[in-house]
Ligand binder design. Structure first.
Ligand SMILES: [Fe+2]
Length: 118
């Protein structure tokens, strides 16, 4: 599945808030640090019912897939990943995290957050 066509928050509608996978984590991490990344919908709960639910939530760093969780209608579309920041030698650089959320009816959505490595 291509993530290039992923939709994201543009107008701030409830429909967008239901599908955009917000990233909640620190803005700055140390090289090699393991830190928590929480991903959840942007303030409006998405239904999780037969025929309409979030099928997976994923996280990438640039083009590199870091983690992914498959869901069913019996789960809450919210996950916490523990991610390791790039190690020594990357101090001063920026890590670009992109979260993905896939709704079986409304397709793939994304959100991006940049994190400084110190
Ligand atoms: Fe949906």
């Amino acid at each position: 599945m291509s993530c290039i066509d992923a939709k994201t928050m543009v107008e701030g509608t409830d429909f967008e808030k239901k599908h955009t996978p917000m990233i909640e984590c620190k803005d700055t991490v140390k090289a090699g640090e393991i830190f928590e990344v929480k991903i959840h919908t942007a303030g409006v709960e998405h239904p999780m019912e037969d025929g309409h639910f979030i099928q997976f939530i994923g996280l990438r760093m640039g083009d590199l897939p870091l983690a992914r969780v498959d869901l069913t209608q019996y789960a809450k579309p919210e996950v916490v990943f523990y991610i390791k920041a790039p190690s020594e030698g990357h101090e001063g650089s920026v890590m670009k995290l992109t979260s993905y959320m896939y709704c079986n009816l409304h397709g793939i959505w994304k959100y991006e957050k940049e994190i400084k490595i110190e």
